[in-house]
Design a protein around this ligand. Structure first.
Ligand code: MF3
Ligand code: CO
Length: 248
């Protein structure tokens, strides 16, 4: 069941979303060659706590960290650790803030110093695909219109859309109905209604879309070792179109 959110719930999610967006903005300066992914995680955890938000990923289904730090071939759920970023790396940082019982979820990606043309193209296309998906989040459209638009654009740029991880409804739970696929045919699934809140979070690879998971049970990598990147926003469907909650 897809439960539309009340005005009060949406405003709490917007407050949480602004802190998440502020943290991403601060990360743009913090992330540089030599910084370890564990230092990034500590930065995220401190930022959320200093703004009176709970780092909701920590402890979620046993996930041990406040953030996911996914470098180069890592698709999502990368474990922060001792790895120090190097010039040319690309990294996605994903986090969820919990505020008075409501969640906001956003992943953003960063170039470490000078990156290859291929990596820059991947980042640019993936970010654009997120906004192409968001444009479809209007009353009357169906859920699969979002993924269809994303897949069509990404594949036209010679890149592939990950299938194994998807967007999701969000509110009092981090993961609620509906499921938001980033691929597939148009005009399927529930019709979008005012007050529905969900994430759109395409993961895009330079190679094939298949993914394999490390022995830690979380870190997902491209099966072929190609590069992967992700951008994610939490948004609400309104009478005036999609309203992004995880921005400043
Ligand atoms: N933020 C993630 C999402 O987009 C959730 C990561 S799973 C966790 O759904 F265990 F790390 F929280
Ligand atoms: Co997320």
């Amino acid at each position: 069941m897809i439960v539309p959110k009340s005005r009060y719930e949406i405003e709490l999610m917007r407050e949480a979303g602004k802190v998440v967006a502020g943290c991403h903005q601060a990360l743009a300066d913090f992330i540089k060659p030599g910084v370890s992914t564990l230092e990034i995680d500590q930065f995220v955890e401190n930022f959320l706590l200093n703004h009176k938000m709970e780092p909701a990923q920590k402890g979620y289904k046993g996930y041990p960290f406040a953030s996911c730090t996914s470098v180069n071939d890592v698709v999502c759920h990368g474990f922060p650790g001792t790895y120090r970023l190097q010039e040319g790396d690309i990294i996605t940082v994903d986090m969820v803030a919990l505020h008075k019982g409501l969640h906001a979820d956003s992943a953003w990606s960063y170039a470490v110093g000078q990156i290859s043309e291929k990596a820059a193209h991947l980042m640019e296309v993936t970010k654009k695909s997120l906004f192409i998906g968001i444009e479809q989040a209007v009353i009357g459209n169906q859920i699969s219109d979002i993924g269809h638009a994303i897949q069509t654009y990404v594949e036209s740029e010679g890149l592939s859309v990950v299938r194994d991880y998807i967007g999701h409804g969000i509110g009092r739970q981090m993961h609620e109905s509906p499921e938001i696929l980033h691929y597939g045919p148009p005009h399927k699934g529930a019709h979008l209604k005012k007050g529905m809140v969900f994430t759109i979070e395409p993961m895009v690879n330079t190679g094939a879309y298949q993914v394999k998971v490390d022995d830690d049970g979380w870190t997902a990598r491209t099966a072929d070792g190609s590069l992967s990147i992700q951008y994610e926003h939490t948004l609400v469907v309104t009478e005036n179109g999609p309203d992004i909650l995880t921005q400043l």
